[in-house]
Design a protein around this ligand. Sequence first.
Ligand code: AMP
Ligand code: MG
Length: 351
Amino acid sequence: MRTCIVKITDVRSQRDVIEAAGNILREGGLVAFPTETVYGLGANGLDGEACAEIYRAKGRPSDNPLILHVANRRMVDSIALEVTPIAEKLMAVFAPGPITLIMKKKPHIPDSVTGGLDTVGIRMPDNDIARAVIRAAGVPIAAPSANTSGRPSPTTAEAVEHDIDGKIPLILDGGPCQFGVESTIVDCTGDVAVILRPGAVTVEMLEDVLGRVELDAALVGKEETPRAPGMKYRHYAPKVPLTVLEGDPEQMAQAFRDELGRLHGEYKQVGIIASGEVISSLKGLAQEELLVSYGDRGDFSAIAANIYEALRYFDERDVDCLLAEGTSEEELGLAIMNRLHKASGFRSIYV
Ligand code: AMP
Ligand code: MG
């Protein structure tokens, strides 16, 4: 199949392209489109066969449910059996935005969306192109990240093309994504909200609205099965082993110099992803093209927006292994560290 990539700069004047995307989706086809978090691979969320195609295109395990993307409250009510007071409060403050709410599902939601669960993840994206596409399709759109399963999520249309080219008819290119990490997933079905996946809506922001929230036990290092089925899989993985250096920022540059010296002693080519501060302190110790800054230390927005592209950059370079600098786990740092721990398979050096 030939994959068409169309740059969208204005949803109003490019109405014909948006309508074409809506038609493909309504008729059971797949379309990749940008959201404010990462690029999504969309299908008609009420069409079980269309959703099964998503799993095939991504190589996604069948027990990893899909999030349904909606354009308005009416669509929420058409798929949720019940909108709990917690869900109401979170929607009022954070929707549209980078948050997915787990609610009890209505019976007509296909099993290929929910992995057989009696709940469904619902998100209202805050991105003009995503919203226009959902409205044009007229149905909720099931859309996981538009990468091959296990790989870093795509934050540009080029990254989508790299993984999915030839498998779908259309990729809408809306430029780089604003946040760069996937939505926060919050289970709203119980008495207390439970965060199943950290994201751009932070624990601190949720506590401000709800008072109390819990983190899924599997996120805080307990050996429990995560309540978001997808969280048990290796994710975001680069092609070579990645180690995260985390801990005292004062010691970070020295720790990188030590580890780099040790690996060079083993004749390894090492790629480094770190703050501007660490990268400048390593100048001259490694080839320029193997030193990638993900932003200034503590600039979580920049780091989140750049992290997946940095991991993907090294897939195209001749390296034996990667070192990445960890962040603190406050605010958006929790989501960044969750992704880095998964990308590294929890291989860390504590500094
Ligand atoms: P992705 O769309 O690639 O960001 O992955 C979607 C994530 O949402 C996966 O981790 C899923 O396990 C999770 N998810 C989707 N639906 C549900 C649900 N009903 N209950 C719990 N987690 C869900
Ligand atoms: Mg994903």
